[in-house]
Design a protein around this ligand. Structure first.
Ligand code: ZN
Length: 194
């Protein structure tokens, strides 16, 4: 019931149809309901990255919280070093071309059965990038390297296992192992530098 009403509400607003090509399919992505709303905001470029906030009011600092580039949806979620690292692991795990823009993600929502776990993991990746960014922005946490992004993604996916059957949990478990492997490599690089 709840899911249906949220979906209906957001389906009513279509901003003149811009970006609505995959609007119906996003509700089928296996993820918590609040993440559907988040994906919807991404799809319509309504996420409050600093460039979007600057359209409404003065923003003193437009810089990304992970690097020195300007923060936009495309930068934060795809071009930034933090995002790039996550997408390279996703592409390694699923043996797909590296995801480079939001359209690469939304265009896979249509083949929901075949790509159910890929769609879940891309949604979790976007959500992890966004919530990690907000931790830095609003809670004053400090950036301690690429391992932070992988740890956040692993924690989020652990919470989402309640939505999965046994076979799907197994896919998440294997993906988490790959995240751990990459985190281990980052740690070893860190030790060598010291
Ligand atoms: Zn950046």
């Amino acid at each position: 019931m709840g899911g249906y009403s949220v979906k209906s509400f957001y389906k009513c607003i279509n901003f003149g149809g811009v970006g609505s090509l995959y609007g119906d399919d996003l509700w089928k992505v296996l993820c918590p309901q609040n993440i559907h709303v988040f994906l919807w905001l991404c799809l319509y470029n309504k996420i409050l990255t600093r460039d979007n906030v600057a359209k409404r009011r003065n923003v003193d600092d437009l810089t990304c919280l992970f690097c020195n580039e300007k923060e936009s949806i495309q930068h934060l979620f795809f071009y930034c070093i933090n995002a790039e690292h996550i997408w390279s692991i996703v592409s390694e795990f699923f043996m797909i071309r590296k995801i480079q823009c939001f359209d690469d993600i939304s265009s896979m929502w249509t083949s929901k059965k075949k790509r159910i776990m890929l769609n879940m993991i891309t949604a979790a990746s976007l959500w992890s990038i966004w919530t990690l960014r907000n931790d830095f922005c609003f809670q004053g946490r400090s950036w301690r390297g690429l391992g932070c992004g992988l740890a956040k993604l692993k924690r989020n996916l652990q919470k989402w296992t309640v939505l999965c059957d046994a076979a799907q949990v197994e896919v998440l478990r294997r993906f988490a192992l790959l995240l751990d492997k990459h985190r281990g490599e980052l740690l070893r690089i860190g030790w060598r530098d010291e």
